[in-house]
Write a protein that binds this ligand. Structure first.
Ligand code: ATR
Length: 284
């Protein structure tokens, strides 16, 4: 039986964000806790930026085993924690907090969740892969840090604002393998790409007609991955499928970032397929 931090015998978990009502994490984790037979609850916690420090202190006071942290708190929350795991340091953001008897550790499971999903669902080996990442924001930073641990041959970042792509490339741990260009410079640079990943919001509901790149740049030996999971199949993925590429959507990243968090809190393997199905059912 998993130890609760409080003495009620219940495992208290939640997600802090602003807004928070739209989050699918309570649904996904609630079903998972039930399947694991762990008494407890995972609740949505509406926390505005001015209340973040108090809310983090409340985790200790109330005996929460842990929380997820979402927009807009992923960076700001770091100053309130006792320790940062290497995953959070590499990304400069936290999405999961674990409470060990009042001592709070911040993790980032977004990047490793993404890589676990990519490997489980689309390409089992990333070592030696040539990767093209579209976008240079927080999401790109998280997945690039995790991708670098897989020993790829290269990571090329293509971004609307070229400077941001180059800045992010410079900041990477393994910067010899990472470079940045603008979106306009992509033609001619995709023939050798093994994995192309969209980290921007281009194509997300309700702007489903948009795609971040010309489909003529895609080829059938490519895995094309999109972090967006609403819609499940973005225009980019539909066009990639038409051109014979292997496609990979963003739902798995959401499921596996949650799976890692649940595993940190409970020490038990997460019921990943059930979690995925629960989200799929909620989207249809
Ligand atoms: P996130 O944390 O989701 O990555 P972000 O940090 O705001 O969000 O980054 C958004 C990324 O999507 C950026 O790379 C942004 O490009 P710029 O750096 O040029 O702003 C990219 N992006 C957003 N809207 C875009 C659009 N319409 N076309 C191309 N890129 C876009």
């Amino acid at each position: 039986m998993t130890e609760a931090v409080n003495n009620t015998g219940e495992l208290l978990l939640g997600v802090m964000g602003d807004p928070i009502a739209q989050s699918k994490s309570p649904l996904m984790h609630g079903v998972a806790l039930q399947a694991l037979g762990i008494p407890g609850a995972y609740v949505p916690l509406h926390v505005t930026p001015d209340k973040l420090g108090d809310a983090i202190q409340a985790i200790r006071t109330l005996g929460f085993r842990g929380v997820n942290v979402t927009i807009p708190h992923k960076v700001a929350v770091m100053e309130y924690l006792d320790r940062l795991d290497e995953s959070a340091v590499a990304v400069g953001a936290v999405n999961t907090i674990v409470n060990d008897e009042g001592r709070l550790t911040g993790y980032n499971t977004d990047g490793i969740g993404y890589v676990r999903s990519l490997k489980a669902e689309a390409i089992s080996e990333l070592s030696g892969a040539r990767i093209l990442v579209i976008g240079a924001g927080g999401a790109a930073r998280g997945i690039i840090a995790a991708l670098l641990r897989e020993n790829p041959a290269s990571i090329l970042i293509a971004n609307r604002t070229r400077d941001k792509a180059q800045e992010l490339a410079e900041q990477c741990r393994d910067k010899g393998r990472v470079s940045g260009i603008s979106l306009d410079e992509m033609p001619g640079k995709t023939e050798d790409v093994d994995v192309l990943i969209n980290t921007t919001s281009v194509g997300m509901y309700p702007h489903m007609e948009a795609s971040p790149l010309d489909p003529l740049l895609l080829h059938e030996r490519m895995v094309v991955s999109d972090l967006i999971y609403n819609p499940l199949h973005t225009r980019l993925l539909l066009e990639a499928q038409e051109r014979g590429c292997t496609i990979h959507g963003g739902l798995g990243m959401f499921v596996y970032q949650g799976a890692y968090a649940l595993e940190y809190w409970t020490g038990r393997p997460a019921p990943v397929e059930l979690m995925r199905q629960t989200i799929l059912d909620s989207l249809s």
